[in-house]
Structures are given as C-alpha cells and as structure tokens.
Design a binder for this molecule. Structure first.
Ligand code: NYM
Ligand code: MG
Length: 188
C-alpha cells in the first residue's frame, strides 16, 4: 500500500534482559508475516564513534562522563537520516536500545562507586553490576511516565517463546497504529 510508513519499535531494559534475542526473533517473525522489517542496535559499535564506545565499554579506554554521553548521543544521530528514510519507505525498525538507555545509564552514574564496588560484577563491561543496573532501571521507570510514547512493560523473566509471542502481538498493533501517526521527533 502506497504511503505506508514503518513503525519504530524500541526495546529497552537492563543488560541481559533478552532484548537482542527478542529483537532478532521479532524481525524474523515480522518478515515471515510479510512486513518489511530490520534490526538496529545502539550503541552501533561498527562506526568510528561506535568503536570508541566499544573500547570504553570494554574498559580499554577512559573518557570523561559528559564526553561519553555525547558520543552515545552522536552514535544515534549519525543514524537518524537512515532511520527517517527507512521509516518513510515503510520499513519497520526494531531497535535494540535507544535514547532512553542514554538517559538511564548516564544518570545512573550519580551512584557512588563505593556502593557499586561492594557488589559482584555480573559482566565484564562497564555498568554491568547489580547496583548500577538497578539504578538505571529506576530511571527507565521515570522515563516511561511519558505516555505519549506508547510504552509497554514486558516481564523479561518469562520464557523466550512466550515473551516473543507477547512482543510480536504488541508489535503488530504498533505497526497498525503507526500508519495513522506521522513520524515525530523524540522529546520535542
Ligand atoms: N549504553 C547504551 C549507554 O550507557 N548509553 C547509551 O546511550 C546506550 C545506547 O551501553 N550496558 C550502555 C548500556 C549497556 C552498554 O549496550 C552496551 P549493549 O546493548 O549491551 O551492547
Ligand atoms: Mg550489554
């Protein structure tokens, strides 16, 4: 159908919630159902800015907090022309993290490093510890109070297939809804 736009479906949540697994399964199911869909991820580690962020996360370099924040932001902005072009061509984009992670993770840095250091790490990257993740989660809840964004909360402790069915059906509804809504701009 001419003029149909794609939907922007953002998966947000803690590290290890299953966003990447679910994003891949969602795109596969949408394609199977005849939609045009693609997966994007942030940080997109393949670009020049993304490589800097990758080394930062892997603790191979150090950067000042504001600088890192702006690089995460720039790493999204560099994809915005592509995102707009795809949405307007009718491609539904499933996005593994977006600006909400940018806000949640940066603002969680107010957490005292002493407190964080008391807990064991559950991953090797920066931010991958329970105290930090909990703090970021609270920030996500604050951001979700903005109901203009059509947030759906999903219980990530469910099994992969049940979660997939739930996300798939919410996505079908969202794709329909998006067709009646022009592409907007976040936080404007
Ligand atoms: N992250 C991600 C940020 O701190 N700011 C951002 O803007 C984005 C998009 O990157 N722990 C953090 C959250 C994650 C880390 O993401 C790597 P992933 O999805 O594990 O590759
Ligand atoms: Mg991670």
């Amino acid at each position: 159908m001419a003029g149909r736009r794609g939907a922007l479906i953002v998966l947000e949540g803690m590290d290890r919630a299953g966003k990447t697994t679910q994003g891949r399964k969602l795109v596969a199911a949408l394609l199977e159902a005849g939609h045009t869909a693609e997966l994007l991820r942030f940080p997109e580690r393949s670009t020049e800015i993304g490589k800097l962020l990758g080394s930062y996360l892997e603790k191979k370099n150090n950067m000042e907090d504001h600088t890192v924040h702006l690089l995460f932001s720039a790493n999204r902005w560099e994809q915005v022309p592509l995102i707009k072009e795809k949405l307007s061509r009718g491609v539904t984009l499933v996005v593994d993290r977006y600006a909400f992670s940018g806000v949640a993770f940066t603002s969680a840095k107010e957490l005292s490093s002493v407190e964080a250091a008391k807990r064991g790490d559950f991953g090797n990257e920066r931010y991958e510890n329970n105290v930090f993740q909990e703090k970021a989660l609270q920030r996500f809840y604050q951001l979700m109070k903005d109901d203009s964004l059509n947030w759906k909360t999903i219980d990530a402790s469910k099994n992969i297939e049940d979660l997939h069915k739930e996300i798939y059906s919410l996505s079908e509804e969202t794709i329909q809804m998006a067709q009646e809504t022009p592409v907007g701009e976040l936080w404007k």
